[in-house]
Design a protein around this ligand. Structure first.
Ligand code: LIP
Length: 264
């Protein structure tokens, strides 16, 4: 069985190759292939092509492992490992030509259930800015090989990121949560790619992040990177729309952020 370090190295190599493809397609012009859960929830031809590249690499180099991807769904493996992939996280940013998008690849052990799996290794690669966030369980989180540590909170409050679902009927509840979190914040950010929001918490570029309704592939890699950088990542009860709360922060902010973001 491959070591944790071998799995990490494979994740980084695939993420870098996939990111280069995404960047190349972006410069050639992006075509919207379809809408998914709502008109605003789009998938591009590049999303599909990048996920196909990742699957082909894994089929060749980790054929016994399972797969869970945003565009092609789940495939059960026989090794006890599952690769959880968002080929282009921040798809809307990507379609508009904004640089805030990433290839997010995690390999997890155990059931492919975000509340039961153990993340083993993670790679979040932002090709537009050539930044690779990565981590191995029990062996730290890194940005291009440099060790990461979550930020120390200042008296000014936290720089806190969030996100909103594509379904307009959920926006009132999300905005109410923003109102409850604001007293903890020096300011808010809404950048549009969960894997990068999580990686930025790990890097100390954000103090915290919360969002309801993420998919497993949005947070699988970033959650490990946060934890290996000394931060906390947790998930709360689902709201009336069935959307689970996801929260990441440095330890001294986490409990207060989680409580404020959760429904009253
Ligand atoms: C996105 C997330 C983001 C969320 C967006 C979208 P996608 O994932 O990364 O945090 O706010 O609504 O879900 O769809 O670009 O892979």
């Amino acid at each position: 069985m491959a070591s944790d370090r071998d799995l990490h190295d494979l994740a980084l190599d695939i993420a870098r190759e996939a990111g280069a493809l995404a960047l190349r397609r972006r410069t050639e012009g992006v075509a919207i292939a379809a809408t998914k859960s709502a008109l605003a929830d789009i998938v591009t031809e590049a999303d599909r092509e990048v996920e196909a590249l990742v699957r082909a690499r894994l089929a060749a180099e980790a054929p016994r492992d399972g797969f869970l991807g945003e565009e092609t769904g789940a495939e059960v493996g026989e090794s006890g490992l599952t690769w959880v992939v968002d080929p282009i996280d921040g798809t809307v940013n990507y379609a508009y030509g904004m640089p805030q998008y990433a290839v997010s690849i995690a390999v997890v052990a155990g059931e492919p259930d975000p509340d039961r799996w153990e993340a083993v290794a993670a790679a979040v690669y932002a090709p537009a800015v050539d930044e690779m966030f990565h981590a191995v369980r029990h062996d730290g989180a890194y940005l291009d090989g440099a060790r990461l540590r979550v930020a120390e909170l200042t008296d000014a409050g936290g720089l806190i990121a969030t996100g909103f679902g594509y379904d307009p009927s959920t926006h009132a509840g999300d905005l109410a949560a923003v109102g409850r979190v604001l007293p903890l914040a020096r300011d808010l950010r809404r950048a549009g790619a969960a894997s990068l929001d999580l990686s930025y918490v790990a890097a100390g570029r954000l103090d915290g992040y919360f969002e309801r309704g993420l998919q497993p592939w949005d947070h699988a890699a970033g959650a490990l990177i946060v934890r290996e950088a000394g931060g906390r990542f947790g998930r709360g009860d689902a709201d009336a729309a069935g959307r689970v709360l996801n929260v990441a922060a440095a330890p001294e902010l986490y409990d207060r952020l989680f409580a404020a973001a959760l429904q009253p």
